[in-house]
Design a binder for this molecule. Structure first.
Ligand SMILES: Nc1ncnc2c1ncn2[C@@H]1O[C@H](COP(=O)(O)OP(=O)(O)OP(=O)(O)O)[C@@H](O)[C@H]1O
Length: 262
């Protein structure tokens, strides 16, 4: 049995002019336990919309999302969600942010040693008492990851967690995510615009196209871990994904120009 099953999912939303928009159309895929899968595609193809359906924040107009054969109907602590901007509580220290979920589930006597272990795992020693605005964007994202991972979610949903970071910090957080995935074997689904990131981390890449948001192709990554970003095989596979995305945008450009010509 797959951990996650997305079957014939459609999402219809109303735009500012009151028109119905098919944001997602006929989405089908499975994710296995401990798998790392990326969703990649141009802006507006519905990646975040899909992640929100998997988390249970929203419900699809058609089709089903199931985790362990159970219909997803609302958010659940077994599914962690990390946002682009981490969304740490600004009034709490890094330590308190990381412990936030544990305080809810375990109460005042939560496992403080576990918090220490995650502070160490994320390389945040020395910054435990700092507030989010006093640490770098990369450190804040490490803390946000720790806050989710410490709850041992069976599925971790990562919504462009590196999107707002500079290239150097991005690579650093990618390595943190890779290490955490290797050590915990948590199933992860990553939304990204970044082909290198998807190729570096994922076992399978779901390439999406916009208007309506659809799956163009699901590609298995043949590269063994750990991956070398500059190896010939890496660059070759990267090009495969690039070609799929370029083809999509070419289609889109042709459609756009036809629409303009009308
Ligand atoms: N609440 C909403 N009401 C109406 N339309 C929406 C709503 N939320 C999203 N959309 C539209 O749905 C489409 C998909 O949005 P979504 O944010 O899922 O795309 P995305 O692939 O994650 O984009 P990006 O990479 O820019 O974050 C977009 O065209 C967006 O304008």
């Amino acid at each position: 049995m797959s951990l996650l099953e997305v079957n014939n999912v459609n999402r219809v939303l109303t735009d500012n002019n009151g028109a119905q928009v098919n944001v997602l159309q006929n989405i089908n895929f499975d994710v296995q336990q401990s798998e790392f899968v990326s969703l990649i595609g141009p802006s507006g193809c519905g990646k975040t919309t899909l992640l929100r359906l998997i988390s249970g924040l929203d419900r699809p107009e058609g089709g089903t999302v199931k985790v362990k054969d159970e219909l997803v109907t609302k958010p659940d602590a077994s599914r962690g969600y990390v946002f682009q901007h981490g969304s740490l509580f600004p009034w709490e220290t890094i330590r308190d942010n990381i412990a936030a979920g544990l305080r809810v589930t375990q109460g005042r006597h939560f496992d403080k040693q576990l918090v220490d272990r995650y502070i160490a795992l994320m390389g945040l020693q020395g910054f435990e008492s700092a507030f989010p605005h006093q640490v770098s964007g990369g450190m804040a994202q490490r803390a946000a990851l720790a806050r989710s991972i410490i709850m041992h979610p069976e599925l971790l949903l990562l919504d462009e967690p590196m999107g707002a970071l500079d290239a150097f910090t991005r690579a650093d957080i990618q390595n943190v995510i890779y290490r955490v995935w290797q050590q915990t074997k948590t199933t992860m689904i990553l939304v990204t615009h970044d082909i290198d990131e998807a190729v570096y981390l994922s076992q399978r890449i779901i390439v999406m196209t916009p208007r309506p948001g659809q799956i163009k192709q699901i590609v298995t990554n043949p590269l063994p871990y750990p991956r070398q970003r500059t190896s010939d095989d890496f660059l070759k596979f990267r090009q495969t994904i690039q070609d799929l995305l370029d083809f999509g945008s070419h289609d889109q450009l042709v459609t756009d120009s036809k629409e303009k010509a009308k």
